[in-house]
Design a protein around this ligand. Structure first.
Ligand code: GDP
Ligand code: IMO
Ligand code: MG
Length: 421
């Protein structure tokens, strides 16, 4: 009997989950997304080409892989079908490679409008949502109003769709917000029909069945731990559990069946959207990180906020995810920095704090430890021994502080630019 392995982000998203899942897929047969939806943008680079996935698991381009969209995911049929068409242009028909949970919730056109209306009404205190309808859809899920993929099979589907849509229209009338869903709704209803060629499954039965049969399964997280609905920088978070616990609820796998938990972090930090970010840099160094790291959102194109690695937040994420091994991404982005800083504690109101506190706003000041940069190009390195000593010192320090081994180091966006230890 196999256990399910997990890959997830430990920071504020965009750590490089797509690349890592693509790299690891040859060791797995099944890749399953367990939460989030089209707010995610997971980039893959191979054969000199880049590809961004939003709802489809990042194993899709590997031969013989089975890709499952689990019950914890929320699905916009228009975005999913656009994505499928783009994948099929490159990889051919994927009907047999993609399965969708009947219990996954549908993002309606009016959910998107509610997201936009709510953000507009918040003004300066907006979350910075990707405006894909994520929050309103999860609200309908917990409010027990939602529509699910399996409901598409019911003759009552259109009645239920119209009832929920009308409820949303009532809610929207309370906002000063103009909208027109006519075109999008047409595309949505067409996309729903097109989705029917895929297998709608009881993903909990299927995934547990694979594990029973000793088939290796990898769970792919979206967003990151600091965007988790419970433990992230609330309310500036997404609306799902982005941590290992989410694998259990988002795929129907028991906690005792979770195996390796591979936690991904960037060698520095980024965040897109509003909310606390203690190590954010507003100076030239922050701008250099953004330019060298091409830190612009894969889903929205927004510039990402950049800053030094935050070990306080990283240790918090390692603890709650039960991370068994770490994966460090975008190490090459720090190539030209003479000095590299890492936050090892915070100062709040003159007090030193070494854990991630409830208060995470402007009152939190990072306490930094400085490192000498390696100041050379490590993009071509493929064996750990070949890294410069200053780089190895950086790695050793993070391992000591987190108590976790760094097993994979990424030195460039391409599939091949990776060092396995
Ligand atoms: P995800 O949401 O966690 O999958 O991450 P994104 O795809 O949103 O953002 C990661 C970005 O960094 C993408 O543009 C990747 O192509 C790129 N990337 C991934 N790993 C590396 C790396 O090691 N070095 C560099 N320079 N870029 C990387
Ligand atoms: P991946 O999977 C980075 C952020 C948004 C916003 C907040 C809430 O590519 O790492 P939502 O649309 O969920 O209501 O937005 O969460 N956010 C992400 N930031 N990467 C993501 O996904 C994100 N998904 C949502 O910017 O601040
Ligand atoms: Mg992303």
């Amino acid at each position: 009997m196999k256990k399910i392995d997990v890959v997830l982000g430990l920071q504020w998203g965009d750590e490089g989950k797509g690349k890592v899942v693509d790299v690891l897929t040859p060791d797995y047969k099944v890749i399953a997304r367990f939460q989030g939806g089209p707010n995610a943008g997971h980039s893959l680079v191979f054969d000199g080409e880049g590809f961004v996935l939003h709802t489809v698991p990042s194993g899709i381009f590997r031969e013989d892989s089975v890709n499952v969209i689990g019950n914890g995911v929320v699905i916009d049929p228009v975005i999913l079908m656009d994505e499928i068409r783009a994948i099929e242009q490159k990889a051919g028909d994927i009907t047999d490679k993609l399965q969708i949970a009947k219990r996954a919730h549908l993002i309606l056109p009016t959910h998107r409008m509610l997201d936009a209306a709510s953000e507009a009404a918040k003004g300066k205190s907006k979350i910075g949502s990707t405006l894909k309808g994520i929050g309103p859809t999860y609200m309908d899920k917990t409010g027990r109003n939602g529509l699910r993929i399996g409901d598409l099979l019911s003759p009552e589907f259109m009645n239920r769709y119209n009832a929920l849509k009308n409820k949303h229209i009532g809610l929207l009338s309370q906002y000063d917000f103009q909208y027109d869903i006519t075109d999008y709704e047409k595309q949505w209803l067409q996309a729903v029909e097109e989705l029917r060629r895929f297998r709608f499954i009881e993903s909990e039965i299927v995934v547990n069945g694979y594990l029973d049969d000793d088939v290796p399964v990898l769970a792919e997280g979206a967003q990151g731990s600091m965007l988790d609905i419970d433990f992230g920088t609330y309310p500036f978070v997404t609306s799902s559990n982005t941590m290992t616990a989410g694998v259990c609820t988002g795929l129907g796998v028991a906690p005792c069946r979770v195996g390796k938990v591979m936690g991904i972090f960037k060698a520095y930090c980024t965040r897109v959207g509003s909310g606390p970010f203690p190590t954010e840099l507003f100076d030239d160094t922050g701008e250099s990180l953004r330019q060298i790291g091409h830190e612009f959102g894969a889903t929205t194109g927004r510039p990402r906020r950049c800053g030094w690695l935050d070990l306080v937040a990283l240790k918090y994420a390692v603890m709650m995810n039960g991370v068994t091994e770490l994966i460090m991404m975008k190490s090459d982005v720090l190539n030209s920095f003479k000095t590299i800083k890492v936050a090892t504690a915070y100062e709040i109101g003159g007090q030193r704090v070494d854990y991630f506190p409830f208060e995470s706003g402007e009152e939190v000041k990072p306490v930094y430890q400085e490192f000498r940069g390696w100041d050379c190009d490590i993009t071509g390195v493929r064996r750990y021994e070949d890294f410069p000593q200053a780089f190895k010192d950086y790695v050793a320090f993070i391992e000591k502080e987190t108590g976790c081994p760094i097993r994979i180091i990424s030195v460039g966006p391409d599939r091949s630019e990776i060092v396995l230890r």
